[in-house]
Design a binder for this molecule. Structure first.
Ligand SMILES: C[S@@+](CC[C@H](N)C(=O)[O-])C[C@H]1O[C@@H](n2cnc3c(N)ncnc32)[C@H](O)[C@@H]1O
Length: 259
């Protein structure tokens, strides 16, 4: 594996324990439905979940008949995904878990019909590396295949650049978050601190890059993709593919690889 990166400290127990109760099966199923629709997935379709985490989208998609590969860097998250897959037999589909780095995907060109990356997971590096990550997703998709990327909404953050929240988790842990939108760099810096009931503290800062429409157009052109639509979770769930305004909670970019 490559050199240590902030994601290693952030995407361990700190992240998953502090969001697990928010990422309900219902929410994950709604999001998986959006992925399925926008990527036009069919039973038997080969789909890659880039940075799949604990498999909350890969599993429902496999249950709908897709042949899903979930790739992530975290051994622990992948172990959780595999355990969940064993607990819930997947009718018709299949889920395979691969430990790897999204900067250099361990798959041949055109191995998948589609690829997606949800929850601000693809763009966690500098711009040149982020572009390489998108190019990697494009490379492993067949000609005419689709790529979907979801991340935060820069237009919304421009309106409200600073945010903070604190809450108590079901096990009594306390989680505090503070985020600050750096408009010049298009980066949201999110500091998260988790205090366990026994006083143990986990803390780290994430740096998540969110792209504007014009930046997406450039990214797509340089990676051999066409930006087919820029929408949001509520927009896509309601059938609208028109560009998200400042009210949208996120951005969902749908891209197509030329035939
Ligand atoms: C915010 S979580 C999202 C997980 C999942 N997509 C979801 O929606 O629940 C980000 C994920 O990216 C993974 N990740 C971070 N850097 C990575 C890298 N370089 N290669 C592969 N996965 C990575 C983390 O381990 C984590 O599972």
């Amino acid at each position: 594996m490559s050199a240590p990166h902030w994601t290693d400290a952030y995407y361990g127990a700190l992240y998953l324990d502090s969001v697990a109760d928010l990422l309900t099966p219902r929410l994950s199923a709604i999001e998986a439905g959006i992925v399925e629709t926008l990527l036009a997935l069919r039973p038997g379709g080969r789909v890659l979940d880039v940075a799949c985490g604990h498999g909350r989208h890969a599993l429902p998609l496999a249950a709908r008949g897709c042949a899903v590969v979930g790739l992530d860097r975290s051994r622990d998250y992948l172990a959780r995904a595999a355990a969940a897959a064993r607990a819930e037999p997947l009718s018709g589909g299949a889920a395979t878990w691969v430990r790897g780095d999204l900067r250099s995907l361990p798959f041949p060109d055109g191995a998948f019909d589609a690829a997606f990356s949800w929850y601000s997971s693809l763009f966690v590096f500098d711009d040149a590396t982020n572009e390489r990550c998108l190019a990697e997703a494009a490379r492993v998709v067949r000609r005419g295949g689709r790529v979907l990327v979801q991340h935060g909404n820069p237009l919304q953050l421009a309106v409200e650049p600073e945010a903070s929240a604190a809450r108590t988790l079901p096990d009594g842990s306390r989680v505090e978050e503070r985020s600050s939108w750096d408009m010049a760099q298009g980066v949201d810096r999110c500091h998260r601190r988790l205090v366990r009931p026994d006083g143990a503290v986990l803390a780290a800062t994430a740096e998540l890059r969110y792209y504007s429409r014009s930046e997406w157009e450039g990214l797509a052109a340089r990676t051999g993709l066409r930006l087919a639509a820029l929408t949001s979770t509520p927009g896509a769930a309601g059938g609208s593919l028109s560009g998200p305004g400042p009210e949208a909670p996120d951005v969902v970019a749908l891209l197509e690889k030329s035939t």
